[in-house]
Design a protein around this ligand. Sequence first.
Ligand code: SF4
Ligand code: SF4
Length: 354
Amino acid sequence: MKERLLKKDDVKDLCTKASEQWETYVPLEDIGRDTHFIKLNGKNKRLLLDRLNLDYESLLVPPKVIAFPQLESLFKFQDGKIIETFKPSVKRLLFGLRACDVKGILFMDDFYKRNFEDIYYLNRSMDKLLVIVGCKSPHENCFCTSTKTGPFLPLPGSPERAKFAEFDLQLVDVGNEYVVEIGSKKGEEFISSYSKFFDDASKDDIEHKKQAKRQAEEAVSLKLEFEKAVKKFCEDKVSRRMYERIAERCIYCGGCLYVCPTCSCFNVFDERKSSLGRRCRNWDACVFDGYTREASDNNPRFEKWNRTSRRYEHKLKYDYLVTGMSGCVGCGRCLSSCPVNIGISQVIEEVTKA
Ligand code: SF4
Ligand code: SF4
């Protein structure tokens, strides 16, 4: 499919127009000078869009929160009866994602339908349009070129292309415009619906796009021997001592897991006021003592090092063995969020040098 051109000056108008048909999420600068995906709603969408930031280095809170909120009410109950509070699915547009976060979303989509269909997650995730704006200046903790998850995803027809469409549209910054790559039929239909915003890309634009992609790849400075590390994990060649060393430093705050775009652990609890109650779920973390504690008070992972090993083995061994893709997309958030400076990148370095 031929590339198109979108002027940067038209992006806010496009998002405003699209938000009439789509529940639209965009990265907006927020309190604390961080950027988050926020829903465009209300009468003052243009005012919100004044905070649009498509040049962010990395979002600390991943876009998984859109389909998997930190706390959600699943249903209510009263007098022995369940009251469904399920909202009908709506079309969602996620505009301005990074490639690694799209991989994270696809990983979560697969997880929440792999062994059973989690209707609460899937209801929020099933009908969406994924628009990547590729990184120009990656964060120093990113290593997506090592995990092959960025800074851009391969196009349909290219040898490394996955079986299914990984993105709908992918925007490459070439100065005052974006060159728009089309990844799916849905993406093509979106462009047709808002055709007045898109022009044909010229040969020069395509050349600029290739150059911009090369520069973005070169800008990812953290290079890791990722495949070697995964192989060592799969062959059980990682020492217990390494986990013990991490466990000695880790304060078990759970930060690295909460911000990880592929961490899916949750807890379920009920709360009630008189006869009316509700069942909720909230994010949990496999490094917490209480996560693996059983009703009998037995805890099969009582020791800290053991819970640490679970975390890294899950990402770099079991996810890979079960799905063929690792549970790490190289976003670097675990290092950015950790108060004691432990990230999976350092674990990978440690394992590959041993
Ligand atoms: S383990 Fe760390 S680098 Fe990998 S996806 Fe999760 S937060 Fe990102
Ligand atoms: S963020 Fe750091 S200290 Fe907190 S649980 Fe993760 S590794 Fe441990």
